[in-house]
Every structure is written in structure tokens, then in C-alpha cells.
Design a protein around this ligand. Structure first.
Ligand SMILES: [Zn+2]
Length: 318
């Protein structure tokens, strides 16, 4: 499972693999594995055929680099992939909320001394102290930080706020999250427009992404929510609408789905099945086998490793 093929200066959620590393990883995969479209892997699993050394590549979210960087490399190596697209950002060139939090807190610039904010009925107050001003040099020093580092090693209070807000934002309903983001953008006096380097694909670009026979387009909800936290009605809307959006755009059926953040419950699985998806991907780190539920296909996240390190990691899974 990949998200972005890009090399931004910082990657706090660790979702990027550099183009150079991705190219090396594809070479390693071709050397060691049989690379099949997800659909064929599901069919082989259901037919009880061997899946030894068989790998399917997926991408989640629908970042613009999936078309401009990942697709050309997949074509160069003739490797198929399924790309799961969230359709909520595509009309507005917006960033995902975690990227907006990065832009507010982790990029160089000045912020007000104090942040007071109400989230889901609770009040939070942070004082920025000596990182009200955050210079290019500060950013350069801290830019390799990720949210997966131990929290007691956060380099500044900005990183701790980013960590806390990420945790608080995950389960929020979309409207509430958007309203808080607007408050934060105003508080920080920065543009409400996201960065082009972090934008999602436009509808026309999603159409281009699906051209040719290597890339299959799958659905990934509209607003990228934690589905299990939503009411049945809202879950149904998120699942169904992303399918309708993509099918209307592409003029063909969209059969695959991926649960945002790998978050779902039994009701979610039932809804995905009832919405006529043929299979769905989780983020449970495991291998697909004959007993795999095709609505909870396991996946492993690929890190930004060079070819050698990736080969060592891959061998453990094969
Ligand atoms: Zn996602």
C-alpha cells in the first residue's frame, strides 16, 4: 500500500515514497514477485490458486502525484496498480486536513502566542512560547520528524500540538473538522488555499489516471472519515457517493473499495458489500490467502526505503 510518490521537505504522516525509491522498489518487485492486478489476486484467492510471491500494488487517497509521478513509473515498469480515490477534495484543489495542519504548525512562519480552541465540547489551550516564530533553520532542523516518533521526543510544542490535533481530528464529523480548520487557518493568518504540491487529483485527472490498462480506479469514500464512528446513514452516504462520483466520471463500474485509515466495523463491511463492491481493502498488515475475506483484504504499508532495504523488508513477507 502506497499513498504518495513524492519527496516533500517534510512528511509528518510518513505517506511519501520518493520517485527514485519507488522506481527501485518496482525493479525489486519485478525481480522477486508476480505482480497482478488486485482483481486477479482476489479471483485467484477465491479459486484456491497459489498466491506464492504474488503482489498487488495499491494507492490510497488520490493525490495528484499518483498521476504525474506514480503512473509514468508504473508504465515504465509495466506494473499494474489499483488507486483508491477520495472524491471530496477533487473539485477544489484542497489539501487533506492532515496536510493543512502541517501547513499551519510545521512550516516556517509566525503564529500567535496562544491557541485556544473548543473541540467536541472540550476546551484546549496551548502556549507556543519560544516557537511563536519558526524559522527556515528551525524547519530544516525538525523536518524529518514524524508522528510515529515517541511523543516525549517532539522537538517543539508545534509538533505536540500537531500530534494532539491529529488525534482529536480523526473521529470528528466532516463539517466540524472543516469548521475547526477554518478557525485555525484564520488564527494562523495563512491562506485558505492548499499547496499545489499537496493537492488531490481533479476529476479530469482521475479520468486520465484510469486511461490505459494498468491502473484500476477504486473508491475511498468522499470525505475520508473514520467510517466506524459514523451513523449507518452517513456511512452509507460516504460509501455510495464515492462510487457514484467515480462511476459517473469514468463511465464504467467501480468495483473496489478501501476503508480510510483502515477503520471499519462489521456494519461497514455489510454496507460495502450491499453497495455492490466486489472486494475491499483494509490496512491489516498480513498476506492475502485462500481464507481471506474479500471485503477485508489485508495490506502492508510500504516505507520510503531504497531498493536494497526494500528487498530485505520484502523477503520477510514472501
Ligand atoms: Zn486514505
Amino acid at each position: 500500500m502506497y499513498h504518495r510518490i513524492a519527496e516533500p521537505l517534510n512528511d509528518p504522516c510518513r505517506v511519501c515514497v520518493s520517485p527514485h525509491h519507488f522506481s527501485e522498489q518496482l525493479k525489486v518487485l519485478k525481480q522477486h514477485c508476480r505482480l497482478l492486478p488486485l482483481q486477479q489476486i482476489v479471483e485467484a484467492a477465491q479459486a484456491g490458486e497459489s498466491l506464492e510471491r504474488t503482489v498487488g500494488i495499491t494507492f490510497d487517497d488520490g493525490y495528484a502525484d499518483n498521476l504525474f509521478t506514480a503512473k509514468p513509473l508504473l508504465e515504465e515498469h509495466n506494473v499494474p496498480a489499483t488507486m483508491f480515490i477520495s472524491t471530496g477534495n477533487w473539485q477544489h484543489n484542497q489539501e487533506f486536513w492532515w496536510d493543512t495542519l502541517d501547513r499551519i504548525f510545521l512550516q516556517p512562519g509566525n503564529l500567535p502566542e496562544t491557541l485556544c480552541i473548543e473541540i467536541a465540547g472540550d476546551f484546549y489551550r496551548w502556549s507556543l512560547g519560544d516557537v511563536v516564530q519558526y524559522s527556515e533553520a528551525d524547519f530544516e532542523r525538525d523536518r524529518r520528524w514524524t508522528i510515529y516518533a515517541p511523543s516525549n521526543a517532539d522537538p517543539t510544542i508545534r509538533h505536540s500540538i500537531y500530534r494532539s490535533l491529529s488525534r482529536l481530528f480523526f473521529p470528528l464529523p466532516e463539517q466540524e473538522r472543516q469548521s475547526l480548520l477554518t478557525q485555525l487557518v484564520n488564527w494562523a493568518s495563512i491562506s485558505s488555499t492548499g499547496r499545489l504540491t499537496h493537492r488531490s487529483l481533479s476529476p479530469e485527472e482521475v479520468r486520465q489516471l484510469g486511461e490505459g490498462n494498468l491502473i484500476d480506479i477504486g473508491a475511498h469514500t468522499v470525505h475520508h472519515p473514520q467510517l466506524a464512528t459514523l451513523s449507518t446513514t452517513l456511512q452509507q452516504q460516504e460509501i455510495q457517493q464515492s462510487k457514484v462520483d467515480l462511476e459517473t466520471l469514468l463511465g464504467r463500474s467501480v468495483n473496489s473499495f478501501a476503508y480510510p485509515y483502515g477503520n471499519y466495523n462489521t456494519q461497514t463491511v455489510d454496507l460495502v458489500r450491499a453497495t455492490n463492491f466486489a472486494y475491499a481493502c483494509s490496512t491489516n498488515a498480513s498476506k492475502v490467502g485462500h481464507k481471506s475475506d474479500c471485503y477485508q483484504l489485508p495490506r502492508v504499508e510500504v516505507q520510503n526505503l531504497d531498493g536494497e532495504a526494500f528487498a530485505r523488508w520484502l523477503i520477510q513477507w514472501l
